[in-house]
Design a protein around this ligand. Structure first.
Ligand SMILES: [Zn+2]
Length: 475
């Protein structure tokens, strides 16, 4: 579109009168008369080239002042392309982002929320399908839902007022569905689930994407390069100034917040991809240490070093019957497994089970360690497991004594007491044995969990009761 390109492509660096992308055109006019001239120009160009416009899909919209919005509507007859009237709209979808008169980020993110909800609904049965290996379901989340959640986050990332937490809530629901926890079950920590499934929090992904876009911008061939190189002095709050402010502040603060991964103050000289990865890691780390709920669960998870050995990667390649066990192992690691104490805490079981094991009847807390390692009720399953994986069993008993440590080893982690113990992990012996024992461990937890469910159901404390988790009897 030679004539239109000339009109839109001003060489004055701080003026961007319009954008052309594929067969899309957007024009920006500072006044109504200027807008009218632009319409006339477009119409003339189309006539000269025997072209037409899909006017029904076009829209004319005022940005900012209310008086402009009114004037635009009052003069609706003036806005015509090829003799057809272009509708005056209050919001318009451009390149997939829903833009309104205020250029509100909340509006763009709100639109993302609606689109993401529909995507999650459409894939709900896949996300929750227990017969599908968890790595396959995690891939579905990463490839089909995450792009919808984060689309355009280069624009709204780093802005905590944009409503990004609403997108995080949708992601959290997906995580719960993947690991098989009720949507409303309380006391579920997000941080371990994100690490286990290898998915960063939305705010981390968005800040990383915006960092990368900002550092790449000066090298691009479009007007974004000018806008980033020569930031406006007239407007204090632009995408450029906001990104610089955020990165400066974050680079200073992150040294304390994320001790291992800090963004150096000289972030401007980093490669876009490197800076983006650092920002992602640092925001992710901050999310984990600052997430107000359930920091205890996170500290148990991180101390056991499960992070270095995420379970979903073993989803395929183990016997079909062990797939369910892998699923339960993830619940045990991330502490979302419904132990009696957890259920009693949320009033889904009588209060006496806060300090009482329903399986063996002992005056002992039914913790994860009790179920897997101590409860006499499941001794037969334990003996079976010991017979099937004697090498692993012997190795673990030689190095670990406390139930917490044995539990961590059983679930593929390394407890703090064995961190850096080269005689233990140094030659890879432990992980070699653990990998061999994994199918047996998976079958062991399936058998214990199944027998426990049967028992609880017989006691009138079965899954029907558990599925109502979180609903208080008095509420
Ligand atoms: Zn017990």
């Amino acid at each position: 579109m030679p004539g239109c390109v000339d009109m839109l492509d001003s060489r004055q660096p701080l003026r961007v009168p319009g954008q052309l992308f594929a067969d899309d055109t957007v024009g920006l006019a500072p006044s109504l008369d200027n807008l009218h001239a632009m319409f006339a120009h477009f119409s003339q160009w189309a006539e000269d080239h025997y072209m037409g416009f899909g006017v029904k899909k076009c829209g004319v919209m005022a940005l900012g002042r209310h008086s402009d919005v009114v004037a635009l509507r009052e003069q609706a007859d003036r806005w015509q392309l090829g003799g057809e009237r272009v509708p005056v709209v209050s919001e318009y979808r451009y390149l997939g982002a829903l833009i309104n008169s205020d250029l509100s980020m909340r509006n763009i993110v709100g639109d993302r929320v609606n689109k993401s909800r529909r995507a999650v609904e459409a894939l709900d049965s896949v996300l929750g399908g227990r017969d599908i290996p968890i790595n396959v379901r995690t891939s579905v989340l990463k490839t089909c839902i995450l792009p919808v959640l984060t689309y355009g986050c280069e624009v709204w990332g780093m802005d905590s007022t944009s409503g990004v937490n609403r997108l995080q809530t949708i992601l959290n629901q997906c995580l719960r569905r993947l690991v098989g926890v009720g949507a409303k079950a309380p006391g579920v920590a997000t941080a371990p689930l994100l690490r286990e499934l290898g998915i960063a929090p939305i705010e981390a992904m968005a800040a990383a994407a915006r960092t990368r876009a900002f550092l790449k911008a000066p090298t691009l061939n479009t007007c974004i390069s000018d806008l980033v190189r020569q930031p406006s002095r007239m407007r204090p709050n632009t995408w450029t100034s906001g990104t610089v402010r955020w990165l400066d502040r974050f680079a200073r603060a992150s040294a304390e917040l994320a001790q291992n991964v800090r963004v150096p103050p000289a972030w401007r000289s980093l490669q876009p991809r490197v800076a983006s990865n650092l920002v992602k890691a640092a925001v992710w780390g901050r999310f984990e240490t600052s997430s107000s709920a359930c920091t205890n669960t996170w500290s148990i998870y991180s101390q056991a070093s499960y992070v270095g050995n995420p379970l979903p990667q073993y989803g395929t390649g183990i016997p079909a019957g062990a797939v369910a066990g892998l699923h339960i192992m993830i619940q045990l690691r991330t502490r979302v497994f419904p132990t009696a104490r957890r259920l009693a805490r949320i009033h889904a079981m009588p209060e006496r089970f806060l300090h009482h094991c329903p399986a063996c009847g002992g005056d002992v807390i039914e913790s994860i360690e009790h179920i897997l390692l101590e409860c006499p009720r499941w001794e037969c399953h334990r003996r079976n497991f010991g017979a099937l994986a004697p090498d692993f069993n012997g190795f673990v008993r030689r190095f670990a004594t406390s139930p917490e440590d044995i539990n961590a080893l059983l679930l593929g982690g390394v407890p703090p007491s064995l961190h850096g113990a080269t005689h233990f992990t140094g030659n890879g012996r432990f992980f070699q044995l653990w990998r061999q024992a994994l199918p047996h461990i998976a079958f062991f937890v399936v058998h214990v969990s199944h027998s426990r469910n049967v028992l609880l159901r017989e006691m009138g404390l079965g899954p029907s009761r558990i599925s109502r988790m979180g609903r208080r009897p008095d509420g």
